[in-house]
Design a protein around this ligand. Sequence first.
Ligand code: SF4
Length: 392
Amino acid sequence: MGHSERAHALLSASGAHRWLVCTPSARLEEQFPDTTSEAAAEGTLAHELAELKVRNFAYPAGFGKQKLAAGIRKLKKDKLWQDEMQGYTDDYLEYIKASALAFQSAPYIAVEKQVDLSGYIPDGFGTADCILISGRILHVIDFKYGKGVPVSAEENPQMKLYALGAYTAYSMLYPIEKVKLSIVQPRLDSISEWECSLGHILKFGGYVKQRASLAIKGEGPYAPGVNQCRFCRAKAVCRARAEKNVELAFAVTEKPALLENGEIGEFLQKGEDVAKWLEDLKDHALQESLAGREVPGWKAVEGRGSREWTDMDAAFAVLQQHGTPEALLWERKPLTLAQVEKTVGKKEFAEYVSEYVTKKPGKPALVKASDKRPAITNKITAEEAFKEEMKS
Ligand code: SF4
């Protein structure tokens, strides 16, 4: 079955971060069409390419070079094909190869394995991109083609569900005790890894069972929050999310005129979803207005248009005939460093020109305390202040 034709379970593994937290969301979402974006279709194509490569690596006898080449030729005909998919899927394959080598003995490899989750979720199943097992270790690897934000493997519900499904499928054959979860996001140069005991995964299974029994009936309280609402199909018109954000944005208190840092931290955390919610609401109101349904106080208008050539070559030829030199009509621009690296390949880039590359520190950014990067400050340390004093 192609990746795009796969059925989605009502309580899907990829949506678990939502329905585990906001149990009535899955039933509420059923009222809205499950639309797919171009980015998602592009991800599906990249997954199909990745699958071919991993199959060729894992089962060279049954899926040899010719089958791989024929499969790639077919995928290249897709209108969403981009040559850069080759490099990114190679990165994923390299990670799988390195992970397989890290085992003491050659692991069993399952590619695009549909795992049964019905022991935890009514009619539940999921598809794990790659499963490696040897001895006591189960390693589940997920390929994400998105380039939005890096996704962490740590306590990732989707990954933990795949691990539960893989354990169900293989526990009779392997004495699994340890679980490793990895998310490979080559377009962000991000690989996130996390390990835990089998006991931790099984305990999570107990929690899933409880939450799924509520979610399947659409029961339990709504629990709005930035992570769970982000891709919820009900996000624009969900009353619980609206009320929570209105309360956060417009709450009136009798406290002192100025905020303390403690309150600022709390507001930033609580209000994270407010701006996103307003954007979702605006998008929805625009769609409603365009469909001819009234949203009191608002209307859809035509945005500012932009001019385009109908025939640029002809226009330039006329300009040149009238004395404009060609050099003035074209601009020669170097590729960015990242584009050059993509063009020549990572290895060649490192070999030939890495000595000409330096890393400038990035602009200070505010992130959550859980971020792995060390905190920075402008504050001068006592040691630096002493050095400055000695200089003057
Ligand atoms: S928008 Fe948020 S609160 Fe509403 S159903 Fe979806 S996840 Fe739950």
